[in-house]
Write a protein that binds this ligand. Sequence first.
Ligand code: URA
Length: 435
Amino acid sequence: MRMVDLIAAKRDGNEHTAREINWIIQAMLSGEAPDYQLSAWLMAVLWRGMTERETIILTDAMIHSGQVLDLHDIVPFVVDKHSTGGVGDKTSLVVLPLVAAAGLPIVKMSGRGLGFTGGTLDKLEAIPGFQVSLSIEALKATVREHGIALAGQTAELAPADGKLYALRDVTATVPSLPLIASSIMSKKIASGADAIVLDVKVGRGAFMETLEDARALALLMMRIGQGLGKRVTAVLADMSQPLGCAVGNALEVQEAILTLRGGGPPDFVEHCLTVGAEMLLLGGAAQSPEAGRSALQSMIQDGRATAKLREWIRAQQGDVRVVDDMALLPQASVVSDYIAPVGGYISSIDAREIGVIAGILGAGREQKGDAIDPAVGIVLHNKVGQAVQAGKPLATIHARSETALHEAEARLREAIQIAATQTQPPPTVYEVLRG
Ligand code: URA
């Protein structure tokens, strides 16, 4: 088989056979297919799509590109969560310790920033010393001892996703339903999940901009999971404006710590409680979403949530002192307020543009393997529907140079719109699809 023929077949809208898809994944892993041909194939898939049959075969090939974890010797039932990607989405940093504190063991495989969205691995690495590269043995030992462990793709677990994910990030081939579905579901299944809560984002700051597309993606992932005997729930959540207020790696870690201490932004708290409660429900640790929510709220109130966060950070070699002293997180050299040019009400905050601005400041990658700056980003002071006064700070920009600061200010002027009349804020969650 030749990669060039398979690229041409997909370019012309043909359906791949199982043999062809398995060959592509093997050729990628062996190095026979170079990045430029894989990139061309990814772009052909983005334009032409894949049938559900092709997507299931691709997911299966990606799952079996490495080992498939069986964690049942350690925990009876593994519940995981995964977001389809958004701006300011630090949900895992809060929900994982929260759910683990409620007694449900958590093992999660996460990704890095993708396109204009941030990634959980990059956020956790903003904590000095935090190790996300765990061997399978270390992952198992950590969850056995602490009930919580998180790692990135490795040569052992879903290596095909690791490779495709990094290529998609820098070739503008992320927003493809079959590529997102296979990427997420292969990681979840390879890391041993029995049940999965999918956090499917909808809006300008997500890869699915309409509720209809997001629902189609959610249902496809649910069918893939259910076909493999997994229990899957999907939460369709707003991403028209950033989630919470902080966008940028260390800044999001700070917001996550504040949230676990009981001081998070209301939309973010609401989102975390929804996702966390669905995880407790799937894992049999709550009888209803309402019971799950109140269990999670009590973890925040009585300090068990921050205690679990400390235990988790220590277990993965991070500097646990950041939980009480956030000044120990990376700090940007240039910090400046962006001032409201007029008074009125926030009518929109373009989440995608905020993600792009964070990338320009240095929080994301332009090329594969680029280093990111953990300290930079944006903190919003107001969300859609809130009143603002002319001359008061609308956001704080954390930059590494005056030039980057000025570019961010110029773009924020377009990204945050102010109107004379009040707009209803979007709902945090549109719907929950339970399998
Ligand atoms: N998250 C993933 O793991 N993969 C995607 O393709 C998108 C979001």
